[in-house]
Write a protein that binds this ligand. Structure first.
Ligand SMILES: Cc1cc2nc3c(=O)[nH]c(=O)nc-3n(C[C@H](O)[C@H](O)[C@H](O)COP(=O)(O)OP(=O)(O)OC[C@H]3O[C@@H](n4cnc5c(N)ncnc54)[C@H](O)[C@@H]3O)c2cc1C
Length: 419
């Protein structure tokens, strides 16, 4: 069987995953507009500092991410800090799950939780039990807030548990967030084994975690990586495609939906893709003369500007603000001051920061709303496939969704090539 020549457009986690799957069976050329791989989950250099474009969290259930990391020689046991599931808001709900088999880790964690009354614990356990019994599925997709109303969840529970959970898991406010997508996240994190629910925090930067070793592995396996190369033209021709005038047997378009639409046109895409909306994520990085003393590696605030704070192994402090209404956020200077004030609520003696940086990802994730169009890997064009966190998947915009979509596109391409 001949080896197909394949163009992969986009070297985010989806494009890298597709390339890794295809490099052993084809001649892979990766086109990436940026100077480095990693897309929305990568290192960004800032003078002397090496930051990420945003603090990321993985969970034990990210099987395909972990599998591909191992495949390219990145050892997740060393590169990720594994923590048992916990939820620690300094001024709100505090819950830690003990090392017991599922679901007992969750049951005991919930029973011992601080910040919820016994009545609220009962209501939360009942709602999670309902979901568990239905196989973590909802018959009809609707908003999370509609589902919570039907489950008679008390207002205090909405504010202390569900709202911050939905914001951090889906980066979408619960009034408009999809219950079906949330149920998938809960199934993976709470419905599997205890290890599935573990939180995995990168010890170093995001590029070192996967994109850098993936690129090295791809080169070793004969793939060609073209950075700083934005693809502007893709056309189908008899038995193949032309990418920037160069002939390939097939192409995987692993870019964000608005870039994919520009490349392959609306006709080849299901209606609705062009109407997708997005939410931003702000990450505020600070460096102090000493590490910030957080009570937990991942510490939240129920009533603050910041949603979650991380004191990173490299001495940096990262504060995440999910899906903010950009119109209500203060100027950058005022935002940094608000984040410092939030940090001092958990570490009162904290000095003034030596350095600060605000990283804004305006279109960090698609809005995980009910009835979203998730196109399949196969497009309306022969030999052209889609990958990306927004392509057919039950997940919100996550690293795992992106990697699975890349593996899925590679599978579809291989099947078509072999048939
Ligand atoms: C701040 C932030 C925080 C996040 N936190 C988490 C988290 O905690 N956990 C989690 O699981 N997920 C998180 N996510 C989501 C996760 O980062 C994304 O779902 C994932 O990185 C998307 O990968 P992708 O490959 O689908 O797309 P992208 O990363 O967008 O990759 C697309 C690539 O294509 C390139 N490209 C675009 N057009 C062209 C063109 N015409 N020619 C060539 N190249 C092109 C782009 O430069 C880019 O490198 C977060 C995202 C952000 C932004």
């Amino acid at each position: 069987m001949s080896r197909p020549r394949i163009a992969v457009i986009g070297a985010g986690w989806a494009g890298l995953a597709a390339s890794i799957e295809l490099a052993p069976v084809g001649e892979v050329v990766v086109f990436e507009a940026g100077r480095e791989a990693g897309g929305r989950a990568r290192r960004v250099r800032d003078d002397s500092e090496s930051l990420d474009n945003g603090q990321h969290i993985l969970i034990g259930a990210y099987r395909e991410c972990l599998r591909l990391m191992r495949c390219v020689g990145s050892d997740p046991e060393r590169s990720l800090q594994r923590l048992p599931l916990s939820w620690y808001q300094a001024d709100g709900l505090r819950m830690a799950c003990p090392s017991l088999p599922a679901p007992w880790h969750l049951v005991l964690g919930l029973l011992r939780a601080d910040g919820l009354s016994w009545g609220e614990k009962y209501h939360l356990a009942r709602a999670l039990g309902t979901l568990r019994r239905s196989g973590w599925q909802v018959a009809e997709d609707g908003t999370v807030s509609g589902w919570l109303r039907r489950e008679r969840q008390p207002e205090a529970l909405l504010e202390r548990f569900w709202r911050p959970l939905v914001l951090s898991a889906l980066n979408t406010p619960l009034e408009i967030a999809s219950m079906r997508i949330l149920a998938t996240v809960l199934r993976d994190s709470l419905g599997g084994s205890r290890a599935d629910s573990d939180l995995l925090l990168p010890r170093g930067d995001l590029s070192a975690l996967f994109p850098d070793p993936a690129c090295a592995w791809l080169r070793e396996h004969g793939a060609e990586l073209r950075f700083g190369h934005r693809v502007d033209s893709l056309e189908t021709v008899e038995g193949g495609v032309r990418v920037e005038g160069e002939r390939f047997d097939a192409a995987i378009v692993a870019v964000a939906p608005y870039h994919a639409l520009a490349l392959i046109g609306e006709e080849a895409m299901p209606a609705g893709v062009k109407d997708l909306s997005f939410w931003p994520i702000y990450t505020v990085y600070l460096r102090f003369a000493r590490p910030v003393r957080l009570p937990r590696a991942m510490t939240g605030l129920a009533h603050g500007t910041v949603h979650w704070m991380f004191s990173r192994a490299d001495g940096l402090f990262a504060a995440v603000i999910s899906a903010p209404d950009a119109a209500t956020l203060p100027s950058r200077t005022a935002l940094v001051a608000a984040v410092v004030a939030d940090a001092r609520r958990v570490d009162p003696g904290l000095p003034e920061p030596l350095w600060s940086r605000v990283v804004v990802e305006k279109r960090a994730t698609f809005a995980a709303v009910p009835g979203r169009i998730r196109p399949p890997a196969r497009t309306g064009l022969p030999q052209v496939y889609l990958a990306g966190d927004w392509v057919d998947s039950p997940y919100p915009a996550t690293l795992e969704g992106a990697v699975r979509s890349g593996v899925g596109a590679a599978d579809a391409l291989r099947q078509d090539w072999d048939s």
